[in-house]
Design a protein around this ligand. Structure first.
Ligand code: SF4
Length: 569
């Protein structure tokens, strides 16, 4: 039995489990803790309560004794908590809890307390009763938003509810996967939930059969977006040879030849990419890790070396399920087909878009027809090897046409592409493609790590020793629409020219200036918003990577019946 099943339960968790059992599971069993403005608001409202100068001290004010930050535990109840405030007046002691937001009102217009908050306050009273040996009949909740202080009676009914919440936490703690998201009548709670971007409630419910899809539109009828469309913060690319990165206060300071060249506030960064000969100080690494900002290392040639990511998520059960599932050949085959299906479909879409000028709308093109035929036969394949074969045939068809996607300038001296080559790439187009796939691999690496997967255990590219197989598996569906698309933008919009490449001993690579142009185009592509083909709402490509990784996790844990690869329309 895991420790979480026997450890004392924090009283705050009783609040969460009453609000939503899935929220409790994600936060206390999977140990996920993102912060949104509601949580931050709560922390702000607790600033006086949590002031270390006031903790464990009692002050008397006009006949009321006030003690703050009192830690109490009970082995009998199996709960623990730090009480905001205990007041004592006329010989009676009672808890006072501060909450962010305004008080709800009952049918008579009187301020009251939310059910989940009532359970938390009642649990505090039960802790006090055991610790001090006196009954506690009532407490108060202070609503910081409306500045109302509401009295709450600890009735037998509320006490029963509190005991039930403790039992529910214990039951949930031994489950291998989170319970279903809240039913539709309680779905409004998801809009204020700090874990909505992790939980993906609407998406999960849709995948398991509710709400009922709108048959005509082939779209979920009631799917509402509760997650942010794009990520906050920028990706910081460091590639100036000989530069160094240190930390000063809450900033990253970049220096070259001992002189500061730029200074970036830590809160404005969500990822750091180190390319080539750049030194990052231990202090900077430590602070980035503390702030859960991953750093990826790539060589100047565009080889992904690896990422320094914050300590792996405590979500051990996901990794256990991952290893179990990815050792089942039927599961691997199903997932391999899902990502190859999406990749072929996206290659076909890109091909048709780029050859549309030929007045055939692209669909009659030899490559488009070939990809369509491969898609039709994909389901018949019964082994990973034959799915790999289909993927290879698709790549041959697609890259057979890729040279035609490149616009030629009036001079006729543009970029040529005849065949895909790599390790090393021997011409500018292949150098760009390889670099783009490396960047995509590092983003997929971050996405699968964020979700709590082991990036090295995949279902499709399983045999590649030392390679982040799962990150590469997730890349497949995004290669045409992110990586190849960036390459086409750079060339067809003449953002890069032949002067942005150097070739040495048959190996072609981008110059510093070429890489700079690449990074800008790549980030722009990732911030482009597109409509999710299944869920029907818009989000950035960057966000889409994480959403797909989360849906893969939901499939691996058995929460949804299948995984659907991402396709553009
Ligand atoms: S988003 Fe909704 S279902 Fe998911 S954890 Fe939050 S409240 Fe529960």
């Amino acid at each position: 039995m895991s420790a979480i099943a026997t450890d004392p339960i924090p009283v705050r968790a009783l609040n969460q489990v009453t609000y939503c059992p899935r929220l409790y599971y994600l936060q206390y069993v999977d140990a996920v803790m993102p912060v949104n403005q509601h949580v931050e608001g709560g922390l702000f409202d607790h600033r006086r309560v949590d002031d270390p100068d006031l903790k464990n001290k009692t002050r008397n004010d006009r006949g009321t004794a006030t003690s703050r930050g009192i830690a109490l535990s009970s082995d009998t109840l199996g709960i623990t908590g730090i009480l905001d405030v205990i007041e004592e007046k006329n010989g009676e002691q009672y808890p006072v809890e501060t909450k962010h937001g305004s008080a709800p009102h009952d049918d008579n217009g009187k301020p009251t307390v939310w059910d989940n908050d009532a359970v938390q306050l009642c649990a505090q009273a039960m802790l006090m009763e055991e610790a001090f040996g006196k009954p506690v009949s009532h407490g108060f909740q202070f609503h910081a938003g409306s500045k109302e202080r509401v009295e709450l009676k600890f009735t037998s009914e509320l006490r029963e509810k509190t005991h039930a919440a403790i039992s529910r936490c214990r039951e949930l703690s031994v489950l291998d996967s989170p319970p279903e998201p809240l039913p539709s009548e309680l779905r409004h709670r998801c809009f204020g939930c700090s874990l909505a971007p992790v939980c993906l409630p609407e998406e999960t419910l849709y995948q398991i059969g509710h709400p009922i899809p709108n048959e005509d539109a082939k779209q979920p009828a009631e799917l509402k977006k509760v997650i942010p469309q794009s990520d906050d913060g920028a990706v910081l690319y460091l590639q100036e040879p000989g530069s160094s990165v240190g930390k000063r206060s809450e900033h990253l300071v970049i220096k070259k030849d001992g002189k500061e060249t730029s200074r970036v506030p830590m809160h404005a960064v969500r990822q750091v990419v180190v390319c080539g000969n750049v030194q990052v100080s231990t202090q900077a690494l430590e602070t980035l890790a503390e702030n859960e900002i991953p750093i990826s290392y790539v060589t100047g040639h565009g080889r992904f070396i690896g990422s320094f990511v914050p300590a792996p998520s405590k979500n051990v059960s996901l990794r256990e399920s991952q290893f179990k599932k990815f050792n089942e050949s039927a599961v691997c085959l199903e997932l391999a087909k899902a990502v190859v299906r999406a990749k072929l479909a996206n290659q076909r879409t890109l091909l048709m878009r780029n050859l549309r000028e030929d007045d055939t709308r692209g669909s009659k093109e030899y490559g488009a027809r070939g990809l369509y035929d491969l898609l039709r036969t994909l389901d018949r394949h019964t082994s990973i090897e034959s799915v790999l074969g289909v993927e290879g045939q698709g790549a041959a068809l697609y890259f057979g046409e890729f040279g035609r996607f490149l616009k030629q300038p009036p001079t006729g001296k543009g970029f040529d592409f005849t065949t895909r080559n790599r390790r090393p790439p021997r011409d500018p187009v292949n150098a760009l493609l390889s670099f783009a796939y490396t960047m995509l691999a590092k983003d997929c690496f971050s996405a699968v790590c964020t979700v709590g997967f082991d990036p090295y255990k995949g279902f499709f590219h399983a045999g590649r020793h030392g390679k982040p197989s799962l990150a590469l598996d997730l890349c497949e569906e995004f290669r045409p629409v992110i990586a190849d698309s960036v390459v086409l933008t750079l060339i067809n919009n003449e953002i890069v020219t032949k002067a942005d490449f150097v070739t040495w001993r048959d190996s072609c690579q981008l110059t510093d200036a070429g890489r700079k142009a690449f990074f800008a185009a790549y980030e722009q592509r990732k911030s482009t918003e597109i409509t999710h083909p299944v869920y029907g709402y818009r989000m950035s490509y960057s966000r889409m990577l994480e959403v797909q990784a989360r849906m893969l996790a939901a499939y691996v844990r058995g929460s949804i019946p299948s995984y659907t690869g991402f396709t553009v329309r």
